[in-house]
Design a protein around this ligand. Sequence first.
Ligand SMILES: [Cu+2]
Length: 381
Amino acid sequence: MCQTLDLDVSKSDSQEAVKSAISRRKMLGGAAVAGASLPVFGGLLRGSDGDRARAAEHSGHDGFAHASFAAGRSVNHRANGFHPTELLRDFDYGKTRRLASGRLLREWEIVAQDKEIEVAPGVKYEAWTYNGRVPGPTLRAREGDKLRVRFVNGSNHPHTMHFHGIHTAQMDGMPGIGGGQIEPGREFTYEFDATPFGLHLYHCHVAPLATHIARGLYGAFIIDPKKGRPEADEMVMVMNGFDTNFDLSNEVYAVNTVGFHYVNEPIRVRRDELLRIYLVNILEFDPINSFHVHANFFQHYPTGTSLEPSELTDTIVQGQGQRSILEMKFPFDGDYMFHAHVSEFAELGWTGFFRVGDPRFASTAAAAAYCKLPWGGGGAA
Ligand SMILES: [Cu+2]
């Protein structure tokens, strides 16, 4: 079977034990010195039939090898309180009512909470969250709406909500301006207009900023153009990572938090249907991230602020805070990989599959084949 690196920190509820988890960078260096075959951080489990059956039981589909950092185990989404497959198409439009002026008011309540989450099988992380999930809810409005966000800090640390968009300094969620940083137990209401249309984000802006972002305080913020966009199957992908041992580098990379989740549970899409991906990069500690899709090309709308695409491509690069809308159609049934074209990230969890069309035509061997790549154990079964 493929080698797997057991990052088992499940016995360690305390942060101290989590800190003792092996640094992947040290590990990479150590492996090189030892002249060993490539280390297998993203090794996919291709174990016994029993293993596969258990894996299938966990992930709700069968015949698919189970990607993980720890053999035979999967993330407990119920304990996390959120599920990456559901997060994809979960848009929060808020509570709405029409104002006397005729404008639409959208209101949300967002609560900051400290919460342990599992970001890869057995890898727990002391996250700071908006509404108990990482990423926070995808807030969605229409250009010109009036927005009101009541932020309640139920965390043990001061936080804010800093929105990307155009608004006053008082509503910018910065310490020292307007409501300033919101202390534990306090609250503040942000009010601003939905402008400009596009794909934006929000995140905490309290210092040390890298910590407050890396802990999980971020989410996507979509402002639809007044006339909308063409009908499509829409989904949100927030590219993130986790520094599980607090050494200022990430050990786990993902889309929507759980490493390899979309390998274990490929994203179901329909053939020939327009797919629209709202892609946000919030990754801390690494200067760039990227998105690449196999066997297809997509139209790229940088920041989503134009209705005309800038490029037809199959790979884009984003720095932290950058975002893009991607549109594509899959003309053929089957399983198609998407991943960071930063290979190290792909091997540490930032890899997934689209499952197009009739699942009977899906390549159930796709993940197993992935396992045969050199870093997946050299193909030894
Ligand atoms: Cu914060």
